[in-house]
Design a protein around this ligand. Structure first.
Ligand code: CA2
Length: 146
């Protein structure tokens, strides 16, 4: 069975704990469950990683080369800062779906630029946690060419 790598960046372990107006009330475990159930409809499995450490995320992306067919990533604040994360994504040359729970373009100007978006196949912003399901469907369709 083909697999997706689900990557969640810094502070996303706090989902459901704080800032419900911006990030909703569901937990990171709920997000992983949603991604797994959506991927299953496309006959895909999921490896999931969340870390507050850039290098851990980069290592997980490197490990996806040869084991996963695509990456669904919410890089958190590294979206706006990390050339290293972008280089890891281009380095493994897997199709990428970028997700943001909030609409980063409606927020502070420093959140408007993403180092990931122009190397992603698709970008979902502002759809809440449901955005992860849209991202899985979009990248599964891309991988399966349907
Ligand atoms: O909207 C998104 O998904 C973000 O990637 C979330 C990041 C933020 O830095 C990006 O600009 C947009 C922050 C994730 C922090 O998650 C929290 C969840 C609950 C409570 C506190 C932080």
């Amino acid at each position: 069975m083909a697999k997706l790598l689900l990557v969640n960046g810094p502070n996303l372990n706090l989902l459901g704990v704080r800032e419900p107006d911006t990030y909703g009330t569901d937990s990171l475990d709920d997000v992983v469950d949603l991604v797994r159930s959506t991927a299953a409809r496309w006959d895909m499995g999921v490896d999931a990683v969340q870390s507050n450490h850039e290098g851990v995320l980069i290592d997980a992306i490197h490990a996806a080369r040869g084991t996963c067919a695509a990456i669904v990533i919410n890089p958190g604040a590294f979206t706006h800062t990390s050339v290293a994360l972008r280089d890891a994504l281009t380095g493994v040359a897997l199709p990428v779906a970028e997700v943001h729970i909030s609409n980063i373009h409606r927020r502070e100007p420093f959140r408007h630029h993403s180092f990931v978006s122009d190397v992603a196949e698709l970008v979902i912003v502002g759809a809440g946690l449901r955005g992860y399901a849209y991202a899985v469907e979009g990248i599964a369709r891309h991988v399966q060419q349907c």
